[in-house]
Design a protein around this ligand. Sequence first.
Ligand SMILES: C[S@@+](CC[C@H](N)C(=O)[O-])C[C@H]1O[C@@H](n2cnc3c(N)ncnc32)[C@H](O)[C@@H]1O
Length: 279
Amino acid sequence: MDSDDVGALADVASHYAAPNLLGRLLDGLAASGVDVERIAVEDLRLVDELHVRGREATEEQASLAHIGAEERVLDIGCGIGGSARYLAATRGCRVEGLDLTPEYVEAAIGLSERCGLGDRVTFQVGDATRLPFEDGSFDVVWTQHVNMNIADKRVWVGEIARVLKLGGRWAGYEILGNDSDIRFPVPWATSPPHSVLASAGQLRTLILETGLEIDAWIDSTEAGVAWVEKVLERFRESGAPPLGPRLLVGDSFGPKFENMRDGLRSGALAVAMFVARKP
Ligand SMILES: C[S@@+](CC[C@H](N)C(=O)[O-])C[C@H]1O[C@@H](n2cnc3c(N)ncnc32)[C@H](O)[C@@H]1O
């Protein structure tokens, strides 16, 4: 890896970096009346899924991919571990999460231990384009809203295919589009160099060229617009709740979500959920 690659990864991690994140999440939980030593996965649902349509989308994705109890799942770009905990708690599977941002991984570990899931979900800091796993390790690779920060998508998709077992599935839920048609900041990037969007056609082609087969592809842009509008409306009416996306996204939450909504509305951005299989 050359120094430009290292710098680009550090820039992405510093975009998401949130000082004392675990402490602030625990404070937010306590302010909402939760016993922070005995957290239920449900207590976190409004703050720990950093993607359009939150838990609703995660439930759909888990069903689309038919994730079972005996499966070993890798969540690439796992954020603070919301989906990993949800999958382990509801499907009974074992989930390993990997993310570039150290504060997110620290929060993922601290929250999962307090949810009593420390033995079924594990997390580590790492880069999606250099996965620290043997070939053919996982039944399922899970990604949600991570490709927008990854410049070398060919290497990324190649790594996903490499670590999947034969017959294994990639369950993806990704934002797609064209950087030149959107306004910044957006939730995943403050300025263009850190947003590296691919169109749906480009990602589909890459998946097929990598040797995976596409079992399902659902465009959920319309439902995404409705969800972002609802979040913004709640924010305008009642301000930021003690536990909500603003805790992670920061003060620029409003413009970031408005720009994302406008991009989804105009067609410059799209949201797709898919399952690709390693034959
Ligand atoms: C929008 S957040 C989504 C988090 C999580 N998937 C979710 O939906 O709750 C994007 C995440 O991707 C991570 N990320 C970005 N580039 C990455 C890379 N090259 N390797 C690993 N993680 C990465 C970021 O640190 C961040 O946590």
